[in-house]
Design a protein. Structure first.
Lengths: 115, 117
């Protein structure tokens, strides 16, 4: 049991749709992350929230819009996506990094297919 | 910048065989090193970690030693089981580009391991 849940687990959407991915952590952590996992590529860090403030945005296109209303919930709002955005989107949480050996806890991911 | 290189795979072994998955890294600072495992249909789970040179991380029969002189963190297991079939990721954590306290994880591409009975 990872303590990090993601919904939905699978999502198929057209390029003109708007949808949202949801992540919830039950571990009392105060940092949350969105990653993109594509075939044959390293895991890509998209966004980092620490104490509900966005502290990292790795040149992600504006069609991806994160939201962190509190330390337990993280959303990724999607609109006008492209087929190359099809991937597994992983959410993770940790304690606010205080040193280099912290551990991130991952959810099971949302498999997104853009048609 | 930071980077992690691990053997591409896929790796296919018979049960009870010896496993080695190579991992080397480059880092601007003094990183901590991790191995994560992803079982089918699940997210990543921390398998083991090491925070300083010559440290050995171990868990579930897997081991890896932090070798600063060769910038390596190879994963080994003496006798693999079918249940070890998964994707294994080597990763490092170091300060983010801002230099602040927001440490980032940099991952390798992952190595798919299949263990046959």
């Amino acid at each position: 049991e990872t303590g990090v849940t993601q919904t939905p687990r699978h999502l198929v959407m057209g390029m003109t749709n708007k949808k949202s991915l949801k992540c919830e952590q039950h571990l009392g952590h105060n940092a949350m992350y969105w990653y993109k996992q594509s075939a044959k590529k390293p895991l890509e860090l998209m966004f980092v929230y620490s104490l509900e403030e966005r502290v990292e945005n790795n040149s992600v296109p504006s069609r991806f819009s994160p939201e962190c209303p509190n330390s337990s919930h993280l959303f990724l709002h999607l609109h006008t996506l492209q087929p190359e955005d099809s991937a597994l989107y992983l959410c993770a949480s940790s304690q606010r990094p205080a040193g280099p050996s912290y551990e991130q806890y991952f959810g099971p991911g949302t498999r997104l297919t853009v048609t | 910048g930071n980077s992690v290189t691990q053997m591409e795979g896929p790796v296919t072994l018979s049960e009870e065989a010896f496993l080695t998955i190579n991992c080397t890294y480059t880092a601007t600072g003094y990183p901590s090193l991790f191995w994560y495992v992803q079982y089918p249909g699940e997210g990543l789970q921390l398998l083991l970690k090491a925070t300083k040179a010559d440290d050995k991380g171990s868990n579930k029969g897997f081991e890896a030693t932090y070798r600063k002189e060769t910038t390596s963190f190879h994963l080994e297991k003496g006798s693999v089981q079918v249940s070890d079939s998964a994707v294994y990721f080597c990763a490092l954590s170091d300060r983010g580009e801002s230099g602040g306290s927001n440490y980032k994880l940099t991952f390798g591409k992952g190595t798919l391991l299949t263990v046959n009975p």
